[in-house]
Design a protein around this ligand. Structure first.
Ligand SMILES: [Zn+2]
Length: 108
């Protein structure tokens, strides 16, 4: 099987409409029917992170403009997702130690 190429919807930079060069498109990973791409525009230098989902109904995509390099995106891709417990812990800290949190923020 050949290397999957980016679908047609990723052909142009959403910001300046310049056509992407092949080497500007990196496949970061694939999971099931979804693939994640990192695209760097050769013209305006903006980067876009795009997730493409293909199924029998067609192709849908979510893209976001990012300042992440492809390496950063790969690193973030491997980081464990924030869990419900993390959220509860953050909430508890804000609830019980809000004064300390504010003081820390003001010190920086
Ligand atoms: Zn561009």
């Amino acid at each position: 099987m050949s290397t999957p190429s980016a679908p047609k919807i990723l052909a142009h930079c959403p910001l300046c409409q310049t056509a992407y060069e092949d080497r500007a498109i990196r496949l970061l990973g694939a999971q099931g029917a979804s693939r994640m791409f990192h695209l760097t525009c050769a013209s305006c230098r903006h980067a876009v992170l795009a997730v493409i989902l293909e199924n029998q109904h067609g192709i849908s995509s979510v893209g976001l403009v990012t300042d992440m390099e492809a390496q950063d995106a790969l690193r973030m891709h491997d980081v464990a997702p924030i869990t419900a417990n993390d959220c509860v812990a953050a909430h508890e800290v804000l609830e019980s130690k809000s004064r300390e949190v504010v003081q820390k923020l003001l010190q920086t």
